[in-house]
Design a binder for this molecule. Sequence first.
Ligand SMILES: CC1=C(/C=C/C(C)=C/C=C/C(C)=C/C=O)C(C)(C)CCC1
Length: 292
Amino acid sequence: MKNIDIIGKTIAIIIAISYYFFFENIEAFQLVIFSGVILIIGIPHGAIDHLLPQDKDATSSLMVFLVKYFSIMLIYLYTWYFFPKLSLLVFLTISAYHFGQTHFVNHSVTKFRSLCYFFLGSNFLGIILLSDFQATEEILSSIAEVSFIEPFRYLVMLSLFIVSFSLTFIQKIENKSILLTEITLLSVFLYFTPLLLSFGLYFGFWHSLPSLLIEFEEVSRDYSKEKLKKFILHLMPFSIISILGIIFILFLSNTYLQKDQMILLFFILVSLISAPHIFVMNKFIESRKIQN
Ligand SMILES: CC1=C(/C=C/C(C)=C/C=C/C(C)=C/C=O)C(C)(C)CCC1
């Protein structure tokens, strides 16, 4: 399983290098990789939440699970409509926590756990969004004016890096130096990669693929071809529903919205499915650590 993780990260690095050598300034390349990774790995990693164990008193009924899941999505949709800036802030905050948590799925963080997850995720998300600031600004322009951040962006990136590095450094975890090296190299890698490509590669290969691997371990226990096939079949229904739903909404909006607004709408749709997923994964990842 560890091999798949390493193969995924190697593929991400090869894609980024080939971007610099062959496809720089070809926007279609970024868009193809971004959409491909999100459709093939990103969406499916959240499509098996209903099979992951929840806290002790959670009921096992799929119906109750779906009602809770959809209620969170509806409430969040409502807040996006009436309070877009607040919703964006909430999305960035919970995403940062969720992204950071994935880096510690196999480590027990004992000191300032939530802060450690939040700052590590903020470090990566911050670099992705702030290093290609113009692209971020254009996508966000219909809901928020963010140009005031521009003069501070290097200070913000550097501070987030120092805080997240220090919070990881003070933990008593195995292979800490490997993790710290990965944090440093990944930060540099994301800094030099343009927005959609860096988000797609980070989200696909440092977040979704590692999450899929622990989900597979949970659902299937050990590896066999049959189990992998069954796992992929389990991922299919909610992946297909989400992908078709997103494509349908984007298709309908295509005539009214410009490219950057379409990308923003895409992220808003992703945020709707991510909000309940982040809660489910938080319970799953933390309960998994207690058991191990
Ligand atoms: C990249 C990007 C954004 C942030 C996206 C985020 C934060 C995605 C999080 C996804 C999650 C948490 C998925 C679940 O697993 C903005 C600011 C919306 C617009 C500019 C480009």
